[in-house]
Structures are given as C-alpha cells and as structure tokens.
Design a protein around this ligand. Sequence first.
Ligand code: FES
Ligand code: FES
Length: 127
Amino acid sequence: MAYSEKVIDHVENPRNVGSLDKNDPSVATGMVGAPACGDVMKLQIKVSDDGIIEDAKFKTYGCGSAIASSSLVTEWVKGKSLDEAGEIKNTDITAELELPPVKIHCSILAEDAIQAAIADYKKKHGE
Ligand code: FES
Ligand code: FES
C-alpha cells in the first residue's frame, strides 16, 4: 500500500513529538489504543487560562498513518479552544492525509486521543 505524500512528510518530519509535564495542572493527556492493531497513541495538550490550547505533543507507537494523524492533529489543535478542538473529526484527517479505507481506524485513533485529552482536562478542572 502506498502512503500519500502528506503521510510520508509527517512520518519523516513529525510535528510536536514528545511529552508535556503531566504534573502541570494546565496539561491534560489522552491515551488511546486501537483494538484492530494494538497501536497506542498519547496526545497531550497545554491549555491557557482563557481556555485556548497553546501547545500539543504526541507519542505514537504505530503505523505511518497513525503517526501522521497524530502529528497533524497536534498542528490543528494549537490555537483552538477545547470546544473547537473537540469538533475535529477523523473524516477531516482522512481527507487531509488521503488515507485509504484500511487506514481509517488510524485517524479514528487520533480523534479519540484528542477527545480523551479534552475529557482529561475537564476532569482535572472539575467540569
Ligand atoms: Fe498498526 Fe500496522 S497495524 S502498525
Ligand atoms: Fe492501526 Fe494504523 S493505527 S494500522
């Protein structure tokens, strides 16, 4: 199966790889796994006092499409409010990266990861 040029670009130059300090109250973490293949994705966000995502990092143990999906999502969420970030759909990711049907679950993993990070932030802040 051939990867699109956009996937290859994200795999070769992943954006925002790494970790944020999980003890920082403004940081939230989403950790999800794909039952279909066992891949794991960790996505972290740092949220400003006025509710804007000012930083995002990821670590993904998985295929190129999963790495590209999480790399793309870290770029997309920066500067967004939690509500705006929560509107990112896996279909937006598959369209941008031109993922084939067998790789759709990789983009769902990225959508789930951002949802999990948002939920973690709200839980931490008693919402
Ligand atoms: Fe996930 Fe290939 S099945 S890396
Ligand atoms: Fe399973 Fe990509 S996340 S093959």
